[in-house]
Design a protein around this ligand. Sequence first.
Ligand code: KIV
Ligand code: ZN
Length: 512
Amino acid sequence: MSDQLIIFDTTLRDGEQSPGASMTRDEKLRIARQLERLKVDVIEAGFAASSNGDFEAVQLVANNIKDSTVCSLARANDRDIARAAEALKGARRARIHTFIATSALHMEKKLRMTPDEVYAQAQSAVRFARNLVSDVEFSPEDGYRSDPDFLCRVIEAVIKEGAGTINVPDTVGYAVPELYGEFIRSLRERIPNSDKAIWSVHCHNDLGMAVANSLAGVKIGGARQVECTINGLGERAGNCSLEEIVMAVKTRRDYFGLDMGIDTRHILAASRMVSQTTGFVVQPNKAVVGANAFAHASGIHQDGVLKARDTYEIMRAEDVGWSANKIVLGKLSGRNAFKQRLLELGVQLDSETEINAAFSRFKELADRKSEIFDEDILALVSDESVSQAQEHFAFVSLKQHSETGERPQAAIVFTVAGREVSAQAEGNGPVDASLKAIESHAKSGAEMVLYSVNAISGSTESQGEVTVRLQNSGRVVNGTGADPDIVVASAKAYLSALNKLQSKADRVAAQG
Ligand code: KIV
Ligand code: ZN
């Protein structure tokens, strides 16, 4: 059996299915580039048949990513599979990942199909996909809760049709490590042609065991592909986290005995990029990428680490992208130094125009804030106004007044489809007044379901990073904004959320 572990990232597909985590095409491409830098083996870029927006995002990623295989999800039907193949046409290496549910519960209640119908559909879907691309993955959805005898029949048939990867999802996060590992092992032992495919694990985190289950699938079950997402992003409690699985396999190579192609030094930048793009803040005590992951507060620990680092550290912070030198640039730094820092942070801006836009924002920020940290730079480049894409709503300026005993007021100027508008409002506080002013003109009618502020780099001089989650007609989006003035950051986050609602509405309209 191979001693190479394939890392399949599904941040842009399963991760994006998390409520509020939807990403634009450009955001997806930026994250895909970071995943390529990380040397992820397979990038699942989306679900091409689900909407025109998803189709275009898969196509954009396929046309631009050269070193990783680009994959699209497809239900087990000819239309979905043909659409996936179409979107993947420009990829150097393309994979179609087709799936159909195999548990009794899903077949009966969701699909309303008999097991024989599901069997036949799985078989013909893989046959059809193999006529379009050579790399086909098959997933029996809710596989872990499926009848093992039926699962063996289906998997044997799809391997015969040419599925090169068999992925066994624990769709609802019900598994426990030993049982999941044994489940995969027994499928591999019972299916006569199981050695013709690479086995893959796909675990959800409902009971907090996605990483442990995936590791058991690898160690006990013999899987050689793990499906995971940056920061564990994903539906409900999320998916198996890429940074945790990769660092577990690397740090405990003595136990797992497996190699991976991942360049772990890009993990932190990937984590920040995904967090800033989606507005899903990383908890400080999150393994590997949380702010405290390598911080030692207790005197005994600090003393130990100073004497010999491995007394309390099992990984080197710099191996996952944490740099000792936190202060990077200031107002005297030039364009070249800025460009160099972007490269070191793994950020690739697509054109000179984008670099110039980012640099002028950097200069503006450096005038207001003496120390510019890596986090500031990452926030700055993820700001929508740096991207060339013309946003429907864009921030221009804000004036607000608050005084003890008086009701706060705000006056905001922003553009709507390139045309400048101004609006005023009062509110409970300056943030409330500013967002009410925007809404008085935008009239989105959206309900705010989350508002959060996070200080990017510790001190009160820090930029505030705001996430706003809006819900409208069943759609949920997150908008983010960063600025040293948290009222401005809030207004930017609100406008960014409105843009996402707008682009989702366009996508739905385009599907007719
Ligand atoms: O969790 C799941 O079952 C999935 C499949 C589509 C692979 O995401
Ligand atoms: Zn999933």
